[in-house]
Ligand binder design. Structure first.
Ligand code: HPA
Length: 272
């Protein structure tokens, strides 16, 4: 069961290491970890060393929180996130969001790698998430003592901050960076989708599909934390011409696109 005391212990550990009132939290998705090299005066905390953090799986040994300055603002960055497909539950995958909130962040930036369901979008494009569909079969707010942490029935009429969305769109235009817009649907994974599933997701109104983000966004809304979220589209989910998935290629496309994502996030920080 999630308790305030656990969150306080995690937060105290980080504060004692020098994580001093960060203003912005940033979650880096698969293949999108290089942004950490831009952080000035970094202080690192490995997930495995932070009290009450979910215990990292082998695959995930490099996960860490990094505190420092980006464009003059104090930030805390998650290099690597927890996924449901690794066997964590909804409370685990969102625990770091609650900790970053307790550290003091006032804004949350999220990135992820996703497949393009909208076939007018191409791999290597980025997509600003405007809304989402939760197909992960659960909620990070479905626990007994949730009322100790905020409302149970959280409003989701505008889960992604309109003001930051507007700003990031303006930045993309100024920088001549293609930024699509659309609906992200979350699935558990880790298996990829069948052709029939891709057809279904399109009918449901999704533009992109991925295995993360939505639980984090739900919790951030619970905490009334304004969010901006960007997907890097790493593959085209065309049910009529579906090629076998190539994870290496997905990571390579994310890495190639990453500099543009870093640019958008850095320019957005400058406006805050
Ligand atoms: N499906 C689910 N998750 C993904 C995909 C996909 O096609 N591409 C990248 N992450």
């Amino acid at each position: 069961m999630l308790t305030q005391k656990q969150l306080e212990e995690s937060t105290t550990y980080l504060k004692n290491r020098g994580f001093d009132s960060p203003e912005i939290g940033i979650v880096l998705g698969t293949g999108l970890g290089k942004m950490v090299h831009e952080i000035k005066d970094p202080i690192e905390a490995h997930y495995n060393h932070i009290p009450f953090f979910p215990l990292a799986t082998v695959e995930f040994h490099s996960g860490k929180l990094i505190y420092g300055k980006l464009e003059g603002k104090k930030v805390v960055v998650m290099q690597g996130r927890f996924h449901l497909y690794e066997g964590y539950d909804h409370t685990d995958v969102t625990y770091p969001i609650r900790v970053m909130h307790m550290l003091g962040i006032q804004k949350l930036f999220i990135s992820n790698a996703a497949g393009a369901i909208n076939l007018s979008y191409k791999k290597g494009d980025m997509m600003l998430i405007e809304d989402h569909i939760n197909l992960q079969g659960g909620s990070p707010l479905a626990f007994k003592n949730v009322a100790e942490f905020g409302d149970r029935f959280v409003d989701m009429s505008e889960p992604y901050d309109p003001e930051m969305r507007k700003r990031i769109e303006e930045i993309a235009e100024q920088e001549q960076i293609t930024l699509r817009k659309g609906v992200y649907v979350s699935v558990v994974g880790p298996q990829l989708e069948t052709k029939a599933e891709y057809r279904m997701l399109k009918v449901l109104g999704a533009d992109a599909v991925g295995m993360s983000t939505v639980p984090e966004v739900i919790v951030a809304n619970h905490l009334r934390l304004p969010i901006v979220a960007v997907s890097v589209l790493t593959d085209e989910c065309d049910p009529d011409n579906l090629e076998p998935i190539n994870i290496q290629e997905i990571i390579a496309i994310a890495e190639q696109t990453e500099p543009k994502m870093i640019k958008l996030f850095k320019e957005l920080i400058k406006t805050l």
